[in-house]
Design a protein around this ligand. Structure first.
Ligand code: FES
Length: 136
């Protein structure tokens, strides 16, 4: 079966990208390099990423921009937002059925390559609620 990616577009050029492999619930699938997990799953006709712990409702893409966490999956043992996390070669992605398990780690996660910037003003947490009202 072919994937559901757009291969020809009347206006935009669809770039060729390297193919990587990953696993969805132990099933091998392919993705494009640097593609978000959610896009790779949709391209492989997978639109339900898990089920809610309260009522069993299907979970998947809702906002598609990192705001809602409805797309949460387990990637290499860590809960991540599928719409904000790129597939890596050989990544093991699993559905979340109920509440996700916390990763088996000891101590805080390792953070590296943090960019340092200097600025006069810094706004933290400026999500949709912090947006200015639309101007007419
Ligand atoms: S779909 Fe909302 S955070 Fe991914």
């Amino acid at each position: 079966m072919t994937d559901s990616r757009i291969k020809v577009h009347p206006v935009l050029v669809v770039p060729e990208k390297e193919t990587v492999s990953f696993f969805w619930n132990h099933t091998p699938l392919t993705a494009k390099k640097d593609e978000m997990i959610s896009s790779a799953l949709f391209a492989n006709y997978i639109k339900i990423f898990g089920h809610h712990h309260k009522d069993g409702s299907a979970q998947g893409i809702f906002c598609a921009n990192g705001q809602c966490a409805k797309c949460t999956v387990i990637a290499d043992g860590v809960p991540v937002k599928a719409c904000m996390t790129a597939v890596r070669d050989k990544m093991r992605v699993e559905s979340v059925e109920g509440l996700p398990r916390l990763p088996d780690t000891s101590g805080p996660p390792k953070i590296s390559n943090v960019e340092q910037i200097h600025t006069d003003v810094l706004i933290i947490g400026g999500g949709p609620a912090g947006s200015p009202p639309p101007s007419n």
